[in-house]
Design a protein around this ligand. Structure first.
Ligand code: TNX
Length: 493
């Protein structure tokens, strides 16, 4: 899970034993990326197997071999993130062109082992892996998950926990919704009140919180260690009450509104005609870009109901070049396509039927699309009327509804080549803890991950539901409290 592109099974198995070594190829320096993945794999396997599993650069034809082969004949087709996993009676050989490919291959290897491998105490084994060859490449380059840390704040450890869960299903993009009406969550040195005041509460009036720059760097580097790129979002010009409350001069009337702890949307706007607005935006984007090794910066742009259309267009015309000036590619919610998306911009679609003409037109003109249809990919939608958490404005989204659509043909009249990938957003108006996150994300998240990774030809609900069911015991072992969807034949239910 997600379904691999190609699997060729062979009779028999390889058994990981107390003597197994993890061999990483290459001389010291060139072996470094493979060694990182080797260390990560050893860290996963040691607690439950209680084997030593030394990671070594000494070559050999046995053990678990991680090979970085960027230029090998035949490796080309593995692309940036693909891998080949070959299991014989004597060795497990994982090859890829990049550490990302090796890392994704390790996630596959994990799933080939008994679910008890996920436990953190010593388990019985044996640790057998079926023989055969898996050759696997993703369908899409952007396989994302978004976490809204504004409506409720989630600290570094909770974000890391979610990152580990995303990595299981080869998600490679973590979009953090860092600002909204209810809270500003990332320290900006030139506008300190954004966090000290604007970050001091959340939905329901709790204490909120924010990331210092060091906290944020820690998230970015942890994500990188799991081969995820962080895409930071500052939502503008709407969804800005926390900023407007922190600095009176950002308001057209010069009066700071109170902090906001409710869940209405669409009532706030930066002041488009004021010059100070662009000083503010420039400072925020400059500081955020400096914290961002990835290529993307998300500027929001949704639900700007308190900004006139004319102002919205003027604002986006001025702000997109600022993102480019600081070396980043613009991402915006799909309302950006109603303005003038910059060359190379990415629009994130969150509608519910793919019929918006301006989205298709922008796609034809070169805007790339990330698909997050709210009635499919929104992890904060209730599963059914009885779901205790979440919202239902886009309807109920059960597991099948979430999985059963095709990103390649979803937006009417958009070229399939404009689709960069998929993303599962998790808005947190009603969510406060890691268990809340997990209950909403599982089992839907792996379904969206599969739409992003598996070839379209593998798409089949009846087969998918059996494969996702098999993940349940793994989630139990990992301490993930998932929703036991009645549509899925869980083995333990
Ligand atoms: C719509 S989706 C929003 C968010 C809410 C979400 C709740 C989008 C771009 N805007 O502000 O949190 O619905 O489901």
């Amino acid at each position: 899970m997600p379904a691999p592109a190609s699997v060729r099974p062979v009779e028999g198995s390889y058994a990981i034993s107390p003597d197994t070594r993890i061999r990483v190829s290459g001389s010291d320096r060139s072996a470094r990326p493979a060694r990182r993945v080797g260390d990560y794999l050893a860290g996963l396997l040691r607690p439950s197997t209680a084997y030593r599993l030394p990671v070594t650069t000494r070559s050999g034809d046995d053990g678990i071999r991680l090979r970085l082969t960027p230029d090998a004949a035949g490796a080309r087709k593995l692309g940036e993130e693909g891998y080949r996993l070959k299991v014989t009676g004597r060795a497990i050989t994982l090859s890829a062109r990049s550490s990302a490919g090796l890392f994704h291959g390790v996630q596959t290897l994990r799933q080939l082992l008994p679910t008890s491998v996920e436990r953190t105490t010593r388990q019985a084994g044996p640790w057998r892996v079926s023989r055969g060859t898996i050759t696997d490449v993703p369908r899409y380059a952007w396989r994302g998950a978004m976490l809204d840390v504004s409506r409720h704040f989630f600290g570094v450890d909770k974000v890391k926990r979610y990152i580990d869960q995303l990595a299981l299903y080869k998600i490679n993009t973590l979009h953090l919704h860092l600002s909204d009406d209810q809270g500003w969550r990332i320290a900006i040195d030139s506008w300190p009140r954004l966090t000290t005041y604007g970050g001091s509460t959340q939905v329901g009036g709790g204490p909120g919180g924010y990331y210092t720059k060091d906290d944020y760097r820690e998230i970015v580097s942890y994500a990188a260690s799991r081969e995820l790129t962080v895409v930071p979002e500052i939502d503008m010009p709407g969804h800005t009450n926390a900023a407007l409350a922190s600095y009176a001069e950002l308001n057209c009337d010069g009066v700071a509104p109170p902090l906001y702890t409710g869940t209405e949307v669409g009532f706030s706007s930066l002041c488009v005609p004021k010059e100070v607005t662009y000083d503010f935006v420039d400072d925020v984007i400059r500081e955020l870009a400096a914290l961002t090794p990835g290529p993307y910066l998300h500027i929001g742009g949704d639900e700007a109901h308190s900004t006139s259309h004319e102002d919205y267009v003027a604002f986006m015309d001025r702000v997109q070049p600022v993102v480019a000036k600081y070396g980043k590619t613009v991402v915006g919610w799909h309302q950006l396509t109603g303005a003038h998306p910059a060359k190379g911009a990415i629009a994130q679609y969150w509608g519910t039927d793919g019929s918006e003409k301006e989205v298709a037109e922008a796609a034809k003109a070169g805007t790339r699309l990330v698909l997050s249809p709210a009635n499919r990919a929104y992890l904060d939608m209730k599963y059914d009327a009885n779901t205790p958490l979440g919202q239902s404005w886009a309807g109920y989204v059960e597991a099948k509804q979430s999985y059963d659509w095709d990103p390649g043909t979803y937006i009417k009249d958009a070229p399939a080549s404009s689709v960069l990938g998929v993303e599962a957003p998790l808005w947190t108006e009603t969510l406060e803890t890691s268990s809340h996150i997990e209950y909403m994300a599982f089992p839907r998240l792996p379904g969206i991950a599969e739409l992003g990774w598996a070839p379209a030809s593998a798409h089949n609900w009846d087969e998918y539901k059996v494969r996702v069911a098999a993940q349940g015991p793994r989630w139990d072992a990992l301490g993930i409290e998932y929703y036991h969807s009645p549509q899925i034949p869980w083995p333990n239910d």
